[in-house]
Design a protein around this ligand. Structure first.
Ligand code: SAH
Length: 250
């Protein structure tokens, strides 16, 4: 089995495919001054199995386009939407975030939790803006330095994995220089990483390895996740997820 299928197999049964939490999605939503009765259009880009898409569809009078590259995640999202009576409000779209088929100024809110890094923060912020109505909101969570300096082991790891990682003030400058006004910022608490993401993942490791015949590839994936978890636990003071809420200029 190739690596991508294994990664899907490890992650598709999770509620989330990255750090986050319903309370934090709701908190970010509160920074968007949107009347919950007004019909609006939202796109959730890199939605995974849909925790944020489902919450937004439930809390607002929103028609949500849930975009992901991987169909197995979207299939689960569809089941979750049916189970929660939200399928009438959610449309799934299997597509890459760098080739979005949207109209100019189509959306009131563009949402993306733990996924904009795939296209790169600056590129995503700039390219996606065209799809937002003037006055619409961009809401993204993004790996962020929590301190001005940090240990070299951590710096090296992230320089290698995502060179755009930066402090919040730099990310906010990117927003300001790309035609948005910052409307809110907060960081995800540690439980969003540990209780909501890493601990449930660790509980799935044994079954994952068994399902995949303890293959070397499956073991490699577990090993690299374990390393990531250890690194996070060691350095959570220095690195986290920032939630950025920004309003497109009129
Ligand atoms: N927002 C979800 C998932 C975050 S993980 C959550 O917070 O739980 C990142 C997601 O981006 C995964 O679901 C992955 O399948 C998706 N993804 C990866 N590359 C992509 C691309 N090029 N275009 C769209 N989605 C992509």
């Amino acid at each position: 089995m190739e690596n991508l299928s294994l990664l899907i197999d490890l992650h598709k049964h999770a509620k989330r495919q990255g750090p986050g939490g319903d309370a934090e999605t709701r908190k970010a939503l509160q920074f968007c001054r949107v009347d919950p009765a007004r019909p609006i259009k939202v796109a959730d880009i890199g939605c995974g199995t849909g925790s944020s898409a489902l919450l937004i569809a439930n809390e607002l009078n929103a028609s949500v386009t849930a975009v992901d590259l991987l169909d197995p995640f979207l299939d689960i999202l569809k089941i979750r939407a049916e189970e929660t009576g939200l399928s009438g409000r959610i449309t799934t779209l299997s597509c890459s975030m760098d080739h979005l088929p949207f109209e100019d100024e189509e959306f009131d809110i563009l949402w993306s939790e733990g996924a904009i890094y795939i296209i790169g923060f600056e590129r995503g912020v700039r390219e996606w803006k065209q799809y937002l109505k003037p006055g619409g909101y961009l809401v993204v969570s993004e790996i962020t330095w929590l301190t001005g300096t940090r240990p070299s082991e951590l710096q090296k790891h992230w320089d290698h994995h995502y060179s755009e990682i930066d402090v919040a003030s730099s990310k906010i400058s990117v927003l300001e220089n790309s035609g948005y006004s910052p409307a809110g910022y907060f960081t995800l608490p540690e439980y969003c990483w540990l209780d909501n993401y890493y601990n449930p993942m660790m509980k799935r490791f044994d079954a994952f390895l068994k399902r995949n015949g303890n293959s070397a590839e499956a073991k490699d994936i577990v090993e690299s996740e374990v390393k990531e978890i250890e690194l996070y636990k060691k350095y959570s003071e220095y690195v986290g997820y920032g939630f950025y809420i920004a309003r497109k200029h009129s």
